[in-house]
Design a protein around this ligand. Structure first.
Ligand code: HEM
Ligand SMILES: *[C@@H]1O[C@H](CO)[C@@H](O)[C@H](O)[C@H]1NC(C)=O
Ligand SMILES: *[C@@H]1O[C@H](CO)[C@@H](O)[C@H](O)[C@H]1NC(C)=O
Length: 330
């Protein structure tokens, strides 16, 4: 910017226009920036990275949780850590929504936040913890480094009553899913790439039995179907039972394109996964991602950035929560 001004002897109308345009673009980005904490908490990103690594070494599945967190927080209105609010002071927690079933490891967010608070009190938002922990989680799972902006602020409210308007069901149609993602600026290819997150983690039997009983879904490989019936022996599983199947039997803790290879072999776990192959707008992308892991990872990284920038709270709006579970007092 300095260059623009020095070029002429005095700032011309043209230069002011360029400057205002640059400013406008900055605002258009929603006020997020790379390394937002460079002065207020220079080690913020590093601290989050260290904590995510330590947690991963103790509880490997935390990395998986951070990836899902980003989707469930950012998709619902805004990347604002509303997902982290628990039942207290009139707040109804989003965590209690059916659509957030199976989410876990929230208690370890506190570990990350505490490490930040001891170095830079009341500075780093919970929303940025959600974003950067997902970024580091992806690395723990063998995925790429994703260059994410920071500067998100935390919501003062929960959107528990509208979660179902944003987060699709395990058996929704591809058209529903595509329109949800399109409404936050993610195209068909980006949506197919993001679902590649189902290359890691688990699915509980409640989300699978529709495909297994009373008859096996014909789009399911029969041997795989029998295997899944073994994992989920009851057509009416107890939702509290720890009965689940791994998303990817071969590389369950690696974020890779095995997910798409499995889909092509009719070994998609949920209906939403398997339908990516049969829908004409998504199936070409399943093919390209199944045949090229780097291609998948590139598309995944770009779509994660878009998702992480959905409608953030910035500037003076919202707050930086002291404890990610509660809105600040007073
Ligand atoms: C159409 C969109 C999606 C639907 C309907 C969906 C649905 C689900 C369901 C039902 C589960 C299993 C929960 C359980 O039974 O424990 C699950 C797991 C998971 N989802 Fe999604 N999901 C979608 C998109 C995404 C996206 C975009 C991401 C991240 C980029 C993601 C990341 C994950 C992860 C990592 C798990 C495993 C969680 C764990 O093991 O704790 N999902 N998803
Ligand atoms: C989708 O799954 C739910 C249970 O999770 C079930 O109640 C509903 O009937 C299913 N919908 C379709 C269209 O299969
Ligand atoms: C795989 O994808 C990468 C990254 O998009 C690309 O550079 C490479 O050329 C692709 N390889 C093949 C064999 O198409």
């Amino acid at each position: 910017m300095a260059k623009v001004i020095r070029k002429g002897s005095a700032p011309s109308l043209h230069n002011w226009l360029v400057l205002s345009l640059l400013l406008l673009f900055r605002l258009g980005e929603g006020g997020l920036q790379l390394d937002y904490y460079s002065e207020s908490c220079p080690r913020a990103a590093e601290i989050i990275k260290e904590q995510v690594q330590k947690l991963y070494e103790k509880h490997g599945n935390t990395a998986v949780s951070w990836v899902r967190n980003l989707f469930h927080d950012c998709m619902v209105k805004s990347c604002d850590a509303s997902i982290l609010l628990v039942e207290a002071n009139g707040i109804v927690s989003e965590q209690k929504s059916d659509r957030n079933f199976g989410m876990r490891n929230f208690k370890y967010i506190h570990t990350i936040k505490s490490a930040l608070e001891s170095e830079c009190p009341m500075t780093v938002s919970c929303a940025d913890i959600v974003a950067l922990s997902a970024r580091e989680g992806v690395i723990m799972l063998g995925g790429p480094y994703i260059s994410m902006k920071t500067g998100r602020r935390d919501s003062k409210e929960s959107y528990a009553d509208v979660v179902q308007d944003f987060i699709p069901l395990h058996n929704d149609s591809i058209d529903v899913v595509l329109s949800r993602f399109q409404s936050i600026g993610i195209d068909v290819e980006g949506t197919v790439a993001l679902l590649g997150a189902h290359s890691v983690g688990r699915v509980h039997c409640v989300n699978l039995v529709n495909r297994l009983y009373p008859t096996l879904d014909p789009t399911l490989d029969p041997d795989y179907g029998e295997y899944l019936r073994g994992r989920c022996p009851s057509p009416q599983p107890d939702p509290d039972a720890v009965e689940y199947a791994r998303n990817d039997r071969e590389t369950p803790m690696v974020l890779d394109n095995m997910y798409y290879k499995n889909l092509l072999r009719n070994k998609g776990l949920m209906l939403i996964d398997q339908q990516l192959v049969s829908h004409p707008s998504t199936s070409p992308f399943v093919d390209s991602m199944a045949s090229n892991n780097s291609y998948f990872l590139d598309r995944f990284a770009s779509a994660m950035i878009l998702m992480s920038e959905n409608n953030p709270i910035t500037g003076d709006a919202g707050q930086v929560r002291n404890d990610c579970r509660f809105v600040n007092k007073g």
